[in-house]
Design a protein around this ligand. Sequence first.
Ligand SMILES: [Zn+2]
Length: 420
Amino acid sequence: MPGTNKDCATCIIARCREIATHTEVPGEITRRFLTPPMHAVHALLHQWMEAAGMTVHTDAIGNLRGLWLSPVANAPRLVIGSHLDTVPNAGAFDGILGVVMGITIVEELRERQPPFSIEVIGFSEEEGVRFSKAFLGSLAVAGKLDPETLQRTDQDGVSIAEAIYNYGLDPANLPAAVLSRDAFAYLEFHIEQGPILESEGISLGIVEALVGQTRMQLLFEGHANHAGTTPMHLRHDAMAAAAEFVVAVEAYATAHEGLVATVGKLEASPGVGNVIAGRVKTSLDIRHADDNTRRAAVDALTQIAKTAATRRGVTLTLRTEMEQSAVPLDPHLTTLLHRAAAQAGYPSRRMTSGAGHDAMILAPTIPSTMLFLRSPGGLSHHPDEAVLPQDVEAALATAMEFLALLSPELSDDKTKDSHA
Ligand SMILES: [Zn+2]
């Protein structure tokens, strides 16, 4: 039975903790795509979804899907989802929180007979751990799962197609996993996984966009030589060139609003204290919500690397390993969500997500919006990952206001037609 938001928040946290007991590795939370503990997770969620009046099935990529049908004829469908898999030794809330919140919203809302149906999706895979390929669940729902992907294998040589068979599903049914044509919006709740909301003392973040990202490898090649006999002016020191670059990356990103840039790897060879480094391999990771700003940063920083190398007679080789455009979320839904938080009495902040989420895959297909909940200690992908009961309460109250704001829009037939 629906209770107060406070009761619901306590229950949502307890349910996440219960799901967390189903793991591949006793004593920690590790649950990869379609591994045995996923059966128990599906069984629990299935039970809660059915109790909430939903019909439940598992699609061919292993997404658990519950549908509550509005009594209103031809009602369009709101989709609420997040993921069920985890990284190794994870926390209890990354992903699963958004699924459990979806079920609670159905429990709370169905008595009010809203003019839309609600489908809650627990995506089978988002983290990319088992097959080094992320977003398998949402890619299938977006109709963008490349058939060749099914041949990828895990560390035991099991392909994605075999993993699907072994779980009791059939990859031939993948086309049926695609989002229903009556779906009009996607809503995802997720922990922030970063320190911004906590540093500002607020519960909720309204995600405007998921950042774009460039990952590169830079190879500085000079000459290894004796540290004692080679005078400074006759050196070709790859380490000094790389070091100048590393410090410039930090300075550039600090000076540009919203930009984050990281050199997380530095490998020197021969890597000996009394030898000038002949070769240094570094990484570069640059992220920003605006693709032009990110590209400008890539250009500027590679130019700095070239200058630092040339001055020392060092050569530079660049390789781009990944380039992902930013994904904006739906501006109208995002504004509604922001207004909903204010109406529910909670301050919220518009922000970008520095990490990828299922909403990133679905946003090009369906108007999507995302609500972040504060991460205590900014901690995630860690056993101490947590969420505060008052923040879950705030998210739930915001969701109820958001759905109330959405309802009158759906009564307008034109709105319905435009999304059909
Ligand atoms: Zn996640």
